[in-house]
Write a protein that binds this ligand. Structure first.
Ligand code: ADP
Length: 334
């Protein structure tokens, strides 16, 4: 596997690397998605052609990058990594495309943030495997059509709805990743503990699973903090008490809610009397972009039954009031 990265790796991403499963069989959970992916990749390999383009949609930290790398691994193909925001001009994308090899996987993270001109260039390249390279400037400029080898785009997005339909239509396979249920989180934590050489019991894994917000990236991060705790306290085994004490120290919510989740619930209950409140008002109240509230925060709160979306706006549920430890005023129906 050869990787060329177009973006510098953040520290979180660097530490993601050692825990990344390299094959589909090691990828925890998401059984249906794995079965579909396996069929799709096997068919392409049997036919001896690169597979259709793949779109991976879902909140951050659920395994989109991991799956892109697994696709390349399973196909035994090189992978090129870039992202929507890293491509500022269509020309940046044209030069990546024109240097691809036959069968190469092109991973485009945050594909919904590609500039419009790059988007157009991309869907022509995805459909017809050609790109027009512009040479020269001004009136003397000309464009040279270039035929590309067959390649596979793996696009990742936290906002599938923002992809223009012509681009969305170019993907032969779309996978939606959802938060992992507790038992899959427990398995994931036990696997990561094995890789990191941390001895942990089932109860402790359970505690961690409960507090990881259904998100592998968070589980792995919390596991590292628990490992720190064990090292400092000379424990050679992590039990539920150690997990509890370590995570309490880091103020990790017992339900796995993070700072933003709590701020959103507090805003709805405290400032908007339980709702309904519109997304933009809510985002302004917690000082975040609407996009972040909508794509990072809400899906989990809705899934866990802390918040409901109604035509009039977001409404806090009784579970939210309880979790905040506030009694709802009499005029609030929960
Ligand atoms: P995304 O690209 O969706 O933000 P990543 O693929 O970077 O998420 O995953 C974040 C971290 O969680 C990585 O360390 C990855 O190895 C781990 N991870 C994600 N999904 C799984 C899974 N299903 N099984 C095992 N580890 C996973």
């Amino acid at each position: 596997l050869r990787m060329v990265s177009a973006t510098p790796m953040g520290t979180d991403q660097v530490s993601d690397e050692e825990l990344r499963p390299s094959g589909l069989d090691e990828f925890i959970g998401q059984p249906r998605l794995k079965a579909q992916m396996k069929l799709f990749l096997n068919a392409a390999m049997k036919r001896g052609v690169p597979p259709d383009h793949i779109l991976l949609a879902g909140p951050p930290g659920l395994g989109k990058t991991t799956l892109a790398m697994i696709v390349a691994n399973e196909l035994d193909s090189p992978i090129r990594i870039t992202s929507g925001p890293a491509i500022q001009h269509a020309g940046d994308l044209a030069s990546i495309l024109s240097s691809l090899e036959e069968g190469e996987v092109l991973f485009i993270d945050e594909i919904h943030r590609l500039p419009r001109a790059a988007e157009e260039l991309l869907y022509i390249a995805m459909e017809d495997f050609r790109v027009d390279v512009v040479v020269g400037k001004g009136p003397g400029a000309s464009s040279i059509p270039l035929t590309l080898p067959r390649f596979t785009v793996v696009g990742a997005t936290t906002r599938e709805g923002m992809l223009p339909s012509p681009l969305r239509a170019r993907f032969g396979f779309t996978a939606h990743l959802d938060f992992y249920p507790k038992d899959e989180m427990r398995k994931l934590i036990l696997r990561s503990a094995g890789v990191l050489g941390v001895s942990i019991d089932e109860d402790a894994a359970d505690q961690l699973a409960r507090r990881s917000r259904g998100t592998p990236r968070i589980a792995n991060r919390l596991l590292r903090r628990v490992r720190d705790w064990a090292v400092v306290h000379d424990l050679d085994h992590v039990d539920a008490t150690a997990v509890q004490e370590a995570l309490d120290l880091y103020q990790i919510d017992v339900e796995g809610l993070d700072r933003l989740d709590i701020a959103v619930l507090r805003a709805i209950c405290g400032s908007f009397n339980g709702g309904p409140v519109g997304l933009n008002n809510l985002a302004a109240m917690v000082g975040e972009e609407s996009e972040t509230v909508e794509t990072v925060c809400e899906p989990y709160l809705v899934r866990e039954g802390f918040l409901v979306r109604t035509p009039k706006g977001r409404v806090a549920t009784s579970r939210a009031w309880e979790h905040l430890g506030i009694t709802p005023p009499d005029d609030v129906n929960v």
